[in-house]
Design a protein. Structure first.
Length: 81
């Protein structure tokens, strides 16, 4: 039960990153790394990409696909796959 509530909050936060990017940049400032590596407006792109990634990873975690993905990548290290 609490997992679903936490997941809904993460999806909402990811949506807010994408929707209100300008507000986040105004309140938290620009990222020098993002501006240098992602070009002009890189901070905005970083927030939007981070929000979309947060939404996708949360949905994958809720459906069980995230565990399968990690097992596929790291399972051989631990002798699972």
């Amino acid at each position: 039960m609490w997992g679903y509530i936490f997941a809904i909050l993460l999806i909402a936060l990811g949506f807010m990153f994408v929707w209100k990017t300008h507000w986040f940049v105004e309140n938290f400032g620009r990222s020098s790394w993002a501006e240098a590596n992602l070009g002009n407006g890189g901070t905005y792109n970083m927030y939007k990409f981070g929000g979309i990634l947060m939404i996708i990873l949360t949905i994958m975690g809720m459906t069980g696909l995230l565990g399968e993905l990690f097992l596929g990548f790291f399972g051989r290290l631990f002798g699972i796959a």
